[in-house]
Design a protein around this ligand. Structure first.
Ligand code: X8Z
Ligand code: ZN
Length: 615
């Protein structure tokens, strides 16, 4: 979330601190506005003076930076890119300077709140620039260029048709033609070879920035943001993955065998990773679109949200209104009028925009927006809930001191809207009139299968993106091996493989938004664990008696209140405390997701008997 020029624009300070672009034409302003040199003998009072001044600076900087980023993302041109890069440079330079100054209080006796604020200042820069204005300008320009290449990306088919990523996403979701899927898969990856040199340089510069702030490399800096030692965080991810892996393996085994039936075992060998273009998604990251191919016989719930949206003539705005209504049903205030006039909901016909969905808080007051090229599908209906989760979180913590205007950890920000979407159950869909009948419990395996294809399948992908970047930033993986290392991880964690040999110049990580976008990815892994714990806790609070996968907290004000209590804490306390407020636990745990899918796992094990599993 702390993003920067794209994804989930988070508020003021968080945004400024996290910004990765940067520039220098505004340098005079920054120098002018930087706090005065710090006294030589520092005290807790000095820390407060420093923190207060920095907070004011950040608030002042944030709105203009956010606006520059918003305009760029909504209208990608040379000019908007240059302006966004300048704004980003300015923000990054300010953030790096503040981080260095914050470090001068390391040995000073300060209050716990001051220490937390100082640490946030030191740690939260996503792509820190070296303290050299030529280099910070270069880093900012690279960030804007990478974003533009991705945002403008398209593919012209062998038949001469120019396709956007959105067009190709639909084909990946719906086509069952092996060769057509392969053309889309390879075609989209043509956008990324030109990114490789830029990405390599970006990693060098940001590593230098991280070194300047006392980290061994940028990956170590990213891992330091979780209220525990960086090494422990890496181990924690491994532990959680170890809990989920047996369920993933069962799902993988079943899906591979069904795909073998559809495409032939010559195309889908039963002892090898699954070809990555057959899973209904451009990155094989979530597999819900191939549900029709793997649907359990006689347990299909009999509806498809995409078709129901069409049958009820939902347009993009109605989809967003429905998601908003879920939040207001829990007791949250409606979104401001400006949300509806300032957001981007559909892909403009006449200009390049960053279509990857994001949620923004321009002013840390109430200027909330989303930016999304909405497609009228069930999948996008979930993404809308995801984005509004960001917006309602942003609003919930807006009265915290600016340093704490962020989620408890970045997984929380990604988990909230998804938690709500877990309540988009048949009962809820009937209540809002999208379906007429609630499938009986004999259809539960179908419901769980669809959900597992989206959620369980995602988990190893959520893990490996940053495993790859950590190796890049540590130097373990060098540019000549970028692509090979990527596919090693894809095979190791996901059991999916590139369907064709990759060219020497391929840079497949660059074809995934968050890599050129400079958005850390472990947050989504965490979110996929957390959302099931949040859902379980909220269902308990709401007095639910249905099986957990049929529980919807729609309309339940007690659940809304409990959720809000956690959200309004922002990042004011270690995330473990926020976690405890809702779940009663201070440690993340995968038992909630395992319990949720337990009936499906039993079913999968039965179906997989006698099959050759593993990859
Ligand atoms: O990027 C997103 C959100 C914006 S924060 C749409 N997600 C990840 C992705 O698309 O790769 C949500 C799930 C994972
Ligand atoms: Zn998000």
């Amino acid at each position: 979330m702390n993003k920067i020029k794209n994804t989930f624009k988070i508020t003021t300070l968080a945004i400024v601190v996290a910004t990765s672009l940067a520039a220098c034409s505004q340098k005079a302003e920054i120098t002018q506005s930087t706090p005065q040199a710090l006294p030589t003998v520092l005290t807790s009072n000095d820390a407060q003076v420093f923190l207060d001044k920095v907070a004011k600076e950040q608030v002042a900087l944030a709105l203009s930076i956010n606006r520059a980023e918003w305009i760029y993302s909504n209208f990608i041109t040379e000019d908007t890119s240059a302006l966004a890069a300048e704004a980003s440079q300015k923000a990054t330079e300010a953030s790096v300077k503040f981080a260095m100054q914050a470090a001068s209080f390391d040995a000073i006796d300060v209050t716990p709140i001051q220490r937390r604020q100082l640490n946030i200042l030191k740690q939260s820069i996503v792509l820190p620039a070296p303290q050299d204005s030529a280099k910070s300008a270069e880093l900012a320009k690279i960030g804007a260029e990478l974003g533009s290449i991705y945002g403008k990306g398209s593919y012209t088919t062998q038949a001469g048709e120019k396709l956007s990523l959105g067009d190709m996403t639909s084909i990946m979701a719906e086509s069952r033609n092996y060769d057509e899927l392969l053309e889309m898969w390879e075609g989209w990856r043509e956008i990324s070879p030109p990114m490789k040199t830029l990405y390599t340089r970006q990693a060098e510069l940001a590593n230098e920035g991280a070194n300047g702030l006392g980290y061994k490399d940028l990956g170590a800096m990213w891992r330091s943001n979780y209220d525990m030692p960086a090494d422990d965080f890496a181990k924690e991810l491994d532990r959680l993955w170890g809990q989920v892996k047996p369920l993933y393996d069962d799902l993988h085994c079943y899906v591979r065998s069904e795909l073998g039936k559809e495409y032939g075992e010559d195309k889908v060998p039963q002892d090898k990773p699954i070809p990555a273009h057959l899973l209904g998604n451009m990155w094989a990251q979530s597999w819900g679109n191939i549900y029709p191919l793997v649907a359990p016989e006689s347990a299909d719930p009999g509806y498809d949200v995409t078709k129901q949206l069409a049958a009820h003539n939902y347009d993009e705005i109605q989809m967003v209104k429905a998601a908003e209504k879920f939040f207001t049903s829990l007791g949250f205030d409606a979104l401001p009028e400006t949300f509806w006039t300032r957001s981007l909901f559909t892909k403009p016909a006449d200009r390049d925009v960053i279509c990857h969905a994001s949620a923004w808080d321009l002013d840390a007051k109430d200027d909330l927006r989303i930016k999304m090229c909405i497609q009228k599908t069930g999948e996008e209906f979930s993404v809308i809930h995801h984005e509004l989760g960001h917006n309602f979180y942003q609003r919930a913590y807006k009265d915290q001191p600016v340093y704490f205007q962020n989620s408890a950890n970045d997984g929380f920000h990604e988990a909230i809207g998804d938690t709500i979407a877990l309540s988009v159950t048949p009962k809820y869909l009937k209540e809002i009139g999208l379906i007429d009948t609630i499938p009986d419990e004999s259809k539960d395996i179908g419901l769980l299968m669809k959900q597992a294809l989206d959620k369980v399948a995602f988990i190893p992908f959520g893990l490996l993106v940053d495993q790859w970047r950590w190796k890049v930033y540590s130097g373990e993986v060098t540019p000549e091996n970028y692509n090979e290392a990527w596919w090693e991880l894809r095979e190791k964690y996901q059991g999916v493989a590139a369907p064709v040999a990759r060219n020497a110049d391929a840079f497949d990580p660059g074809a995934k938004y968050h890599v050129p976008g400079g958005v850390p990815y472990s947050r989504y892994f965490l979110a996929h664990i957390q959302q099931f714990e949040f859902h379980r806790a909220l269902c308990e609070i709401s007095g639910n008696t249905d099986p957990i996968h049929r529980c919807s907290i729609y309309n339940n004000k007690d659940a809304g209140k409990a959720l809000n209590t956690m959200l309004e804490m922002g990042s004011s306390q270690p995330w473990q405390q926020a976690y405890k407020v809702l779940t009663g636990n201070e440690q993340m745990d995968a038992t909630a997701i395992l319990d949720y899918f337990a009936p499906l796992q039993t079913w999968l094990k039965d179906k997989n008997q006698g099959k050759q599993c593993g990859f």
